[in-house]
Design a protein. Structure first.
Lengths: 216, 377
C-alpha cells in the first residue's frame, strides 16, 4: 500500500525503551531526536525511514497497539499477559529477563500445598487469578496493590504476593523468598493485527532483521 | 428532583445514541452495502433479536457463554440476545428450507450484543450486516463471497483495504501429518494465530515434535503474503489434505482474477481463528483506522448439521460501526440527504397555517423534506 505512512512504535518507558533503541541502532534504525534528554517532545520522528516513536507507561503499551494507535509496541511479557489484549506477540527481545513468582515468608509454603483460601497481593491481579484458579485450583482473595507489594506479607495484609523477581535481593532483605515460579518474563515486541497485514512488508523485514541479530 | 432527572439521561456502558449527521452517515453506509449485496441476488431475512440459548451454545456459536447477554422467559428457558447472526440464519435455513438443494442466498442487517466489559472502549451493541450462501460447496461460491465483500467495501468509498484469505485445512492436514495430539494442536494453533513464533518454537520443543515437522509447523506462522507464499507452502507438505487446501486457494485466486479483484487479495495460512467453526476458506478484511478486521467470514460446512440439515455454507459479516470509524479516519465523504426545508407559519393564524400546509404538501409530494414550524409572535 502507501509508503508515506509512518510506522509508529510505542515503547515502555525506562530501561526497556533504552535497550530497545540500542538494539534498533544495531540494525540501522536510529532516532536522534530521542537522545536529547532535555527534549519535552512526546513523539519522535525519523523522517528518512518514516518511523515515529513515543514513550508510554508499560501497561498502556498493549492498549495503544490493540487500537492501532501504535503499529508496534515493546513491553515486558508481564504486561502483555496481564492486559490480555488482542495483539500479535512476534518477538522475544531477550533483555529484561526476570520471572513472575509467588513469594512470601518460608512459613507460607505450607499454604500453597492445599486448596484452602489464601490472600494474595499483587500488581498483576489477572495473572495471579489465572495461576491460582486455572493452574493450582486454589481459592484466593486477590488484593490489588500498586507498588511495594513486598509489604503485603510483612504487615499481614496478605499471605503471599505475586510479583516480578529479578535478583531476589529485595525479597531476601525483607525475609521473603520465592515459593513458586509462574512463568519466565522478558521484553517482547507486539504488533497490531491490522498493521501486520496492511504493512506486512515493512514489519516482516524489521522482525526478520531483529531475529537474525538476536540469534547471532 | 433535578439531580434525579440528570441521572436518567445516561445510557449504560457499552451502548450509545446515534443521531443527526452521524446516523445519516450510518444509514448511507448501510444502504450502499445493502445495494451491493442485493446486486448479487441475496434476499433479505430478519431473525429475532433473542433466541434460545442453545442456538448460540458452545457447539454452534463463536461467542463464549460468558459474553452472552442471558435472561429467562416465563417458563424459565434461558434466552440470549444474539451476539451475531450466523447461527440464526442457519437455524432458519434448516427450518424452512430443509428439503431445498438449490443454493440459498440470504442477507441480514441488525444489532448484535456482546457482554464485554473487559475491552474498555468497545461497544456492547454493534450493527452488523452480512450475507450467507448455503447449499453451494464450490470454489465459485468462495469467490463470490470474497468479491462481494470487496465490491461492497468499494461501494462505501473505502479505498485502502485488503482481504486476507486463509485455509484452515492446510494447518489441520499438517498437524495430522506430524501426528500431533489434540492438545498440542490446539496450543500450537493459539501460538500461530497470534503469530507468536517463539512461543510456537518453545511448544514444539517441549512436546518433542520431530523434524522436519517442527520447522514446517513453525513456518506456518510466517506463511502470509502474495501468491508466492502459497507456492512456498505447497513445497513444505506432502499430505493430501494440505495439498488440497493449497489447490483450492489457487483455484479461488483464478476465479477472483475473473472478477478483477485480485489486487485486493493476500493470503495467510496462519489465520486460524474460530478454528472449529470454519471448515475451509476463511477471510478477513483489514483497513487503516481501526484496530481489528472490519469484515470476517469463511466457510462453515458443518454448522447446519447442528440444526439437522446437511448443507455446505459460506458467509461474511461486516461490523458497520467499525467500518464507519475507518471511513471517518480515511476522510471518505459520503453524500448525505439534502437539508430539510423549514416553512414557518404564524401561530394561532389558521389561514396562514392552511396556506403553508398546502405549500408544504406540494413540496413533500415533489420529494422534498419539509418541516412545518409554528412561529410565536
Amino acid at each position: 500500500m502507501t509508503n508515506d505512512r509512518y510506522l509508529t512504535f510505542a515503547l515502555g518507558k525506562g530501561r526497556l525503551a533504552n535497550k530497545t533503541l540500542e538494539l534498533f541502532e544495531e540494525i540501522g534504525i536510529t532516532c536522534e531526536e530521542m537522545k536529547d534528554k532535555n527534549s519535552r517532545k512526546l513523539i519522535f520522528v525519523n523522517e528518512d525511514l518514516k518511523l515515529r516513536f513515543f514513550l508510554a507507561k508499560g501497561p498502556d503499551v498493549p492498549t495503544y497497539v490493540e487500537y492501532g494507535a501504535a503499529d508496534i509496541g515493546v513491553v515486558g511479557r508481564d504486561t502483555i499477559v496481564e492486559e490480555n489484549r488482542n495483539v500479535y506477540e512476534v518477538l522475544d527481545l531477550g533483555f529484561g529477563k526476570c520471572r513472575m513468582c509467588v513469594c512470601g515468608p518460608a512459613s507460607a509454603k505450607e499454604l500453597l500445598q492445599h486448596h484452602e483460601r489464601i490472600r494474595v497481593a499483587s500488581k498483576y491481579p489477572n495473572i495471579a487469578k489465572d495461576y491460582f484458579y486455572n493452574k493450582k485450583h486454589q481459592t484466593v482473595d486477590i488484593i490489588k496493590l500498586n507498588g511495594s507489594v513486598e509489604l503485603g506479607p510483612l504487615v499481614e495484609l496478605s499471605d503471599v504476593i505475586v510479583d516480578i523477581v529479578e535478583t531476589g535481593s529485595t525479597l531476601r532483605e525483607n525475609g521473603l523468598e520465592v515459593l513458586e515460579e509462574i512463568c519466565p518474563l522478558s521484553a517482547r515486541m507486539i504488533v497490531n493485527p491490522v498493521s501486520m497485514q496492511m504493512e506486512s512488508g515493512r514489519i516482516r523485514e524489521l522482525v526478520a532483521k531483529l531475529r537474525t541479530k538476536l540469534e547471532a | 428532583m433535578k439531580h434525579m432527572s440528570k441521572k436518567l439521561l445516561h445510557t449504560p456502558e457499552g451502548v450509545r445514541d446515534i443521531y443527526g449527521r452521524e446516523y445519516a452517515r450510518k444509514l448511507e453506509v448501510q444502504a450502499r452495502l445493502h445495494a451491493s449485496i442485493q446486486s448479487y441476488g441475496y434476499e433479505d431475512i430478519q431473525t429475532p433479536a433473542f433466541e434460545y440459548f442453545d442456538v448460540f451454545s458452545k457447539e454452534i456459536g463463536t461467542t463464549s457463554s460468558k459474553e452472552l447477554y442471558k435472561f429467562f422467559d416465563k417458563e424459565n428457558n434461558t434466552l440470549v440476545l444474539r451476539p451475531d447472526f450466523t447461527p440464526s440464519i442457519a437455524r432458519c435455513a434448516a427450518k424452512y428450507f430443509m428439503e431445498t438443494k438449490e443454493p440459498l442466498r440470504f442477507s441480514y442487517l441488525g444489532n448484535t450484543f456482546t457482554n464485554t466489559t473487559k475491552l474498555q472502549g468497545k461497544l456492547s451493541e454493534t450493527t452488523q450486516m452480512g450475507a450467507e450462501l448455503i447449499n453451494d460447496p464450490s470454489v465459485e461460491a468462495d469467490a463470490e463471497m470474497i468479491s462481494l465483500v470487496i465490491a461492497a467495501l468499494q461501494h462505501t468509498g473505502l479505498k485502502q483495504f485488503q482481504v486476507t484469505i486463509g485455509q484452515v485445512e492446510y494447518f489441520k492436514g499438517l498437524c495430522q501429518e506430524a501426528g500431533l495430539d489434540e492438545e498440542t494442536e490446539y496450543d500450537l494453533r493459539d501460538c500461530i494465530s497470534a503469530k507468536n513464533y517463539f512461543a510456537a518454537q518453545e511448544l514444539l520443543e517441549e512436546r518433542n515434535v520431530q523434524e522436519p515437522y517442527k520447522s514446517v509447523l513453525l513456518k506456518t506462522a510466517d506463511l502470509f503474503g502474495n501468491m508466492t507464499s502459497l507456492t512456498e507452502a505447497r513445497e513444505l507438505v506432502r499430505n493430501a489434505r494440505s495439498l488440497a487446501a493449497i489447490e483450492r486457494l489457487e483455484q479461488l485466486y483464478e476465479v477472483l482474477k475473473l472478477y478483477g479483484v485480485e489486487a485486493y487479495v493476500s493470503f495467510d495460512l496462519g489465520m486460524l481463528s474460530k478454528y472449529n467453526y470454519y471448515t475451509g476458506v476463511i477471510f478477513k478484511a483489514y483497513t487503516y483506522g481501526v484496530g481489528d478486521a472490519i469484515v470476517k467470514g469463511g466457510r462453515y460446512d458443518n454448522l447446519l448439521h447442528q440444526f439437522g440439515k446437511e448443507a455446505p455454507a459460506i458467509g461474511f459479516m461486516a461490523v458497520i460501526d467499525e467500518l464507519i470509524e475507518a471511513l471517518d479516519s480515511q476522510k471518505v465523504e459520503l453524500p448525505l440527504p439534502a437539508e430539510k426545508t423549514t416553512l414557518t407559519y404564524r401561530a394561532q393564524d389558521k389561514a396562514d397555517f392552511a396556506q403553508k400546509l398546502a405549500q408544504a404538501q406540494v413540496l413533500r409530494a415533489g420529494g422534498q423534506a419539509v418541516a412545518l414550524v409554528a412561529q410565536q409572535d
